[in-house]
Design a protein around this ligand. Structure first.
Ligand code: GAP
Length: 477
């Protein structure tokens, strides 16, 4: 039995992962040049590829390979009444406590983990200096203004979730496509939350990307669909290589106001279990709320939205604008919604943490040294293969470039002639490149190259004209 990892081990593992992501151009702190800002991250040349592959894998599984789900890309800026109807204006808040001494603000439900502004080794509960206020609710939505006048009628919000753009387009999608309940609408995009305590690297950020799907089904079929979606979504992570032992499901016993059931998929990060995705049975709450919202908007005078009362529900709400006519049942109703809501940044971080490994490999003198390797699933790896001329002479670069030019039409490949071959292998291992193709003196003689496997470090010799087929097989295309 392996001993449980100690807290120190996990802290240093997270530090190593953060250092690797910086060293190899995956993730940088936003505005680092200016001292950085909290809760925002930039994805560098490797990170943008990795995150794009994560989002593509989600899109492929959720839209491309399914007949019953269509895609959407709705605007980040929406009519402010959307956020009143959805409940975000009144309810999307965290209780917070201010310290009058150090002027820091803390989440009331996380005071033990909070760090005092003057004594960073202490929490505000035991620093001996704190003068704490009573908890007050702090809305997490970022406010912004449409146009040049900054008054309440111009105020709107950066969306805190992509889901509402889907609900707001429900009628557009049903009236312009051939979708029939049960069906889903999926979208990937940025969301913004003014988190009080952004932390754990990209895990809790103020600007992040979500991958959300709203699956509309007939009332009464929702429990079954909920179960199905929990299974489908959990499998998505394991199919992409996440260790099943580091995934778990957590059923909520305290439910959000819109939810009949919620289960989170959690991953065991080096800093502990964290939510990757929530699957919620949102019932018919959102579509009904938006029907109330559109009844309210004409009467709104542009004043403070939190003082506005939403119009009551029409007695005939089941036949409202956001209802659906079921041809089979010959009945009109408001569909129920099952929502798998995932975070692209959290999934990317989980894939990175899960892929990080250290083993040993011989250096240039044959001495064993520690090798850092990202064992990413080939579908997620930023670069699928690196083409490496052994020497920068004797025709090697020209031959390697020819292979690169051919393969790049089909795969995302890299050409690298910059250092000793061992160094170049290590660099590709650290960014998770599954295969390295080396052009050497035998290539010039007989047209064969070596193909080195990232995980086993085994090398095989294959003829150049077999490379495309070999890559397709090894990368699972
Ligand atoms: N529409 C439902 C919804 O937004 P959520 O649980 O608040 O539900 C869904 O968010 C997912 O979005 C989370 O499971 C997480 O992966 C991601 N997410 C939420 N807040 C985040 C944050 N501050 N930073 C990074 N990802 C976040």
């Amino acid at each position: 039995m392996t001993a449980p990892a100690s807290a120190d081990h996990n802290t240093s593992l997270m530090e190593k992962i953060v250092a690797l992501t910086k060293r190899r151009g995956f993730i940088f702190q936003s505005s680092e040049l200016y001292g950085g800002i909290n809760g925002a991250w930039d994805y560098g040349p490797m990170g943008v590829l990795l995150k794009r592959n994560v989002k593509d894998a989600w899109w492929r599984a959720m839209v491309h390979e399914r007949e019953d789900i269509v895609g959407l890309d709705s605007a980040i800026l929406m009519h402010p009444m959307v956020w009143k109807a959805s409940g975000h204006v009144d309810g999307f808040s965290d209780p917070m406590i201010d310290c009058k001494t150090c002027k820091k603000r803390f989440r009331a439900d996380d005071m033990d983990g909070a760090i005092c502004g003057q004594k960073p080794s202490k929490s505000p509960l035991n620093c001996g200096l704190a003068q704490l206020t009573e908890p007050r609710n702090f809305n997490l939505m970022f406010e912004t203004f449409l146009g040049p006048i900054s008054d309440s009628s111009a105020k709107t919000f950066l969306r805190p979730e992509t889901a509402q753009g889907i609900f707001a387009n429900f009628a557009n999608v049903t009236s312009t496509t051939r979708v029939k309940v049960p069906f889903g609408i999926a979208q990937v995009g940025k969301s913004f939350r003014n988190e009080i305590n952004p932390r754990n690297f990209t895990f809790r950020s103020r600007e992040f990307e979500q991958m959300e799907m709203e699956f509309f089904c007939a009332p009464g079929t929702d429990d079954e669909w909920f179960k199905k979606w929990v299974e489908i979504r959990q499998r998505w992570y394991t199919d992409l290589g996440v260790s099943s032992g580091k995934l778990r499901l957590r059923e909520h016993d305290k439910l959000a106001h819109y939810s009949k059931a919620t289960t989170d998929i959690e991953y065991l990060f080096p800093f502990g279990w964290g939510e990757l995705e929530g699957i919620a049975n949102r019932t018919d709450f959102d579509l009904r709320q938006h029907q109330r919202g559109i009844r309210t908007v004409g009467k709104w005078d542009g004043g403070d939205l939190s003082a506005v009362e939403l119009a009551p529900e029409d007695a005939e709400y089941q036949k409202g604008k956001l209802s659906y006519f079921d041809d089979e049942k010959k009945q009109r109703y408001i569909p129920y919604v099952i929502e798998p809501a995932a975070g692209a940044d959290r999934a990317t971080l989980a894939f990175l943490c899960d892929a990080y490994a250290e083993d040993s490999a011989p250096d240039a003198k044959g001495q064993e040294e520690t090798r850092v390797v990202l064992r990413l699933h080939p579908r997620l790896a930023p670069i699928k293969a690196a083409i490496l001329p052994l020497m920068r002479k004797d025709g090697h670069p020209e031959r390697a470039r020819k292979i690169y030019d051919d393969l790049k039409r089909r795969f995302f490949v890299d050409y690298d002639e910059s250092a000793a071959i061992g160094k170049r292998y290590r660099r590709q291992d650290e960014i998770g490149t599954p295969l390295c193709i080396t052009v050497d003196y035998d290539t010039i003689k007989d047209g064969t190259v070596t193909v080195r496997d990232r995980d086993t470090m085994q090398q095989i010799r294959v003829s150049e004209d077999k490379l495309r087929g070999l890559l397709e097989e090894k990368l699972g295309y």
